[in-house]
Design a protein around this ligand. Structure first.
Ligand SMILES: [Zn+2]
Length: 281
């Protein structure tokens, strides 16, 4: 995975990082290679697929996944701002849990959408925003950045004690037990929203799509709700109001009209969303 000198240097950096917690440069240290991301993702994806009670793969109308994959996912991936589409193993899967309003990405390009989220959204622009946000987590390698922080000290102890360093397989197994560990930091969420906006600017969709989900939650009075499905969502996606404001700010700076989730303009692709996705679930 990495040679010893590199490990020692990196671990030194990580110890420094604990004293300089909010420094952006140190935030982006990653001891994993992009190929490690791909391998970690491949193993986690296998774990997910072999646990149907926790992650039941949607097996309804196959056209839903095909439509999302070709019409939305591939279109967003084709944005010139997505730089690693040839390196990562980009693919989507739908998890059949109508009560979960969430989506998540694991390293290496694997992105999962819950049917609860698909049933809740009401335009392709909104879904494109979420997908672009998840692609951004993969592109920025947020998971292995956090793993770097988490495993940095263990790796140093491994060197001192003469133990073998953790392998990708061990990391994948540990990670799968606590997938919640992949929950993103507030900075990671902001960066993923910013990138979502940049990616969508290069597509047929309204670039502020990522905020529509938060706007609908707010409109439905669900942000302050203590209902369990919202807890699930808010535990991994903090500060919805601030994130709406952040996207609106970027739209204003670029001179793009601020629309909300109820807009019916052509760049929302609202009718197509109902015809090809929502009404088929
Ligand atoms: Zn996120």
């Amino acid at each position: 995975m990495m040679n010893h000198l590199k490990k020692i240097l990196i671990v030194t950096f990580i110890f420094s990082a604990t004293f300089l917690e909010s420094c952006d440069t140190l935030e982006s240290i990653n001891i994993f290679s992009t190929q490690d991301d791909v391998e970690l993702g491949r193993q986690l994806d296998l774990e997910i697929r072999s646990n149907p009670s926790e992650y039941p793969i949607y097996n309804g109308d196959p056209m839903v996944k095909r439509y999302i994959g070709t019409r939305i996912f591939n279109h967003v991936l084709a944005s010139s701002k997505v730089e690693n589409r040839e390196i990562f193993n980009y693919q989507i899967e739908i998890i059949d849990k109508p009560d979960v309003l969430n989506a998540f990405a694991i390293p290496g390009g694997y992105i999962y959408l819950y049917t609860g989220l698909l049933l809740y959204l009401n335009s392709e622009a909104a879904l494109a925003g979420v997908i672009a946000h998840e692609i951004a987590h993969v592109e920025e390698r947020h998971s292995t950045q956090r793993l770097t922080k988490y495993y940095g000290i263990s790796i140093l102890l491994g060197i001192v004690l003469g133990e073998n360093p953790s392998t990708i397989a061990e990391i994948a197994a540990n990670l799968f037990v606590g997938l919640a560990f992949l929950a993103n930091s507030r900075n990671d969420e902001e960066e993923a929203d910013d990138n979502s906006y940049k990616y969508l600017k290069d597509t047929r969709y309204y670039p502020g799509g990522v905020k529509f989900f938060f706007e609908k939650l707010q409109f439905d009075g669900l942000i302050d709700s203590s209902s369990s499905k919202i807890e699930t969502f808010l535990s991994t996606h903090p500060d919805p109001i601030e994130r709406i404001n952040n996207i609106n700010q970027m739209l204003l700076q670029d001179g793009i009209g601020v629309k909300d989730f109820q807009s019916n303009d052509p760049d929302m692709y609202r009718d197509d969303y109902f015809t090809y996705i929502k009404n088929k679930l």
